[in-house]
Ligand binder design. Structure first.
Ligand code: KIV
Ligand code: ZN
Length: 511
């Protein structure tokens, strides 16, 4: 088996897509989880794009030591300086320089000639090399570029010191056969390419990203670039979980493996969904709720006799526990802690105390606490202490009365109470919160609610997304009471907005 490197760009290409913004703490949490998952390279951000990105790259570089930590940079010296500075604490830094090579990008975006592009590549890759031993070069829109020009650019990058050459399918245009042929062409026409790693970076506009990535790997690419849950520009990037599981399940046909610990895939996926405030479509390969569910009678019969009749992989392979054990109000701290550990969560003492308190609150309201409930509790985000928390609320609503909410919040031990009317109980509650906090101007552009597990006492999860002048924030709230979950989600988002405007992430594009 040949091993391909997994280059994860969830924190850069994934995070830059609409509605997927993460704050610094969340980026660090995702980076640590990616390290535990076993990816080879983490692209932590695009340092020159904003102060927030530079800070995130620096924080990941300081905290995460096993994988290579990479920052993106345009083919511009100031970008390369920003990347090198942000990576200064990294144990294994990589500067990733890119420029487009397709005529359409040269003419309409860069307004550069082919000769100018080659000169810029020579200059910038050698400059990056003078600052960092590990330099990756990407030819943006490679799959729509003139092949011979592409090879000239890649040769220039190689001569200037790049050790990884990436041929991205930036707009998800290629087919698997074309992708394989392009890798083969580059291998034949770039002298000395055997001294570099060829990378594939495929977008999913035609739903071919995973297939193209695998085709590239079979044709000789040594690095596959992907994101958790396939988040990314437009239709997203190639999904890490699809590529890794395809190579695990069909390694026999492909002859390739990865160093990823597949039993951590599910938890990683859930974490990324939690921090981006989104959910997997039920039928999403590998991580969707239905990925291991059998509905048709014939299928159920087959699976009861032998799971392999309709399952090509086991839920345990991606870290889903199948023992069906539940906890309840009499479960102690030890049982709670060890169940969390079995699910892959090992919080520190302080966080465990807070989680156990939440578990106890939930157990008072709900008889059986399932693994899905525990995962939801464990992936709750904890905010700073000096923020507004919910003390109590009362709503009055009905089809013939004006919805009203009285709410009491607490900050630094001080209580604040107000009342508001609204179009419904949630609207009234949000208006009452606004009256107390007076948050910066914003638009609530997304509100969603879903139940974590079945039954009338199911835990409800509300996600709200707010858009302000300088970015977006996501808030999440969990409760068996949907109004309470709605208030908690809004409060969580507003606190984040306040935290950001406090200055911590002042220059962030997305907060
Ligand atoms: O899609 C793309 O071309 C990219 C490059 C910057 C690598 O994300
Ligand atoms: Zn991309």
């Amino acid at each position: 088996m040949r091993k391909v490197l997994i280059f994860d760009t969830t924190l850069r290409d994934g995070e830059q897509s609409p509605g997927c913004s993460m704050n610094l703490r969340e980026k660090l949490e995702v980076a640590r989880q990616l390290e535990a998952l076993g990816v080879d390279v983490i692209e932590a951000g695009f340092a020159a794009s904003s102060g927030g990105d530079a800070e995130a790259v620096a924080a990941v570089a300081a905290a995460v030591k096993r994988p290579v930590i990479c920052s993106l940079a345009r083919c511009v010296r100031s970008d390369i300086d920003a990347a090198a500075k942000a990576l200064s604490a990294a144990a294994r830094p990589r500067i990733h320089v890119f420029i487009a090579t397709s005529d359409i990008h040269l003419q309409y975006k860069l307004k550069m000639s082919r000769r100018q592009v080659i000169e810029a590549v020579r200059d910038c890759v050698s400059y990056a090399k003078s600052l960092c031993g590990d330099v990756q070069f990407s030819a943006e829109d490679a799959t729509r570029s003139d092949r011979d020009f592409l090879c000239l650019v890649l040769s220039a990058a190689l001569e200037a010191g790049a050790t990884t050459l990436n041929i991205p399918d930036t707009v998800g245009y290629s087919t698997p056969a074309e992708t394989a042929a392009l890798v083969g062409y580059v291998r034949e026409h770039v002298p000395g390419i055997e001294n570099a790693v060829i990378a594939a970076h495929c977008h999913n506009d035609l739903g071919l990203a995973a297939a193209n990535s695998l085709a590239a790997a079979v044709a000789g690419a040594g690095q596959i670039e992907c994101t958790v849950n396939g988040i990314g520009e437009r239709a997203g990037n190639a999904a890490l979980e699809e590529i890794v599981m395809a190579l695990k399940v069909r390694g026999d046909a492909l002859g390739i493996c990865t160093g990823v610990d597949t039993t951590r895939i599910y938890k990683t996926s859930r974490l990324v969904y939690a921090v981006t405030g989104s959910r997997a479509p039920k039928n999403k390969p590998i991580v969707g709720d239905n990925a291991f569910v059998h509905e048709a009678g014939i299928h159920q019969h087959g699976v009861m006799n032998d799971r392999r009749t309709y399952e090509i992989m086991r839920p345990e392979d991606i870290g889903i526990s199948t023992d069906g054990m539940t906890l309840g109000k009499h479960s102690g701290r030890h049982a709670f802690e060890s169940r969390l550990a079995e699910l892959g969560y090992t919080p520190g003492k302080e966080e465990l105390d807070a989680l156990f308190e939440k578990f106890k609150e939930l157990a008072d309201r709900k008889k059986n606490i399932t693994d899905r409930d525990l995962e939801a509790i464990a992936s709750e985000r904890f905010d700073r202490a000096d923020i507004f928390t919910l003390d109590r609320f009362t709503v009055q609503a009905g089809n013939r009365s004006t919805p009203t909410c009285v709410i009491r919040l607490v900050k630094n031990g001080v209580r604040y109470e107000d009342v508001a009317i609204g179009d419904g109980p949630v609207d009234a509650a949000y208006k009452a919160v606004d009256r107390i906090i007076s948050p910066p101007a914003h638009e609530l552009y997304d509100y969603s609610i879903h139940s974590i597990s079945g039954g009338k006492d199911a835990l409800g999860e509300v996600t709200v997304k707010l858009r302000m002048k300088n970015g977006t924030v996501t808030g999440r709230g969990l409760s068996t009471d949907v109004i309470e979950a709605s208030i908690l989600a809004y409060l969580n988002a507003v606190n984040r907005m306040l935290e950001a405007s406090d200055g911590e992430n002042e220059q962030n594009r997305d907060i």
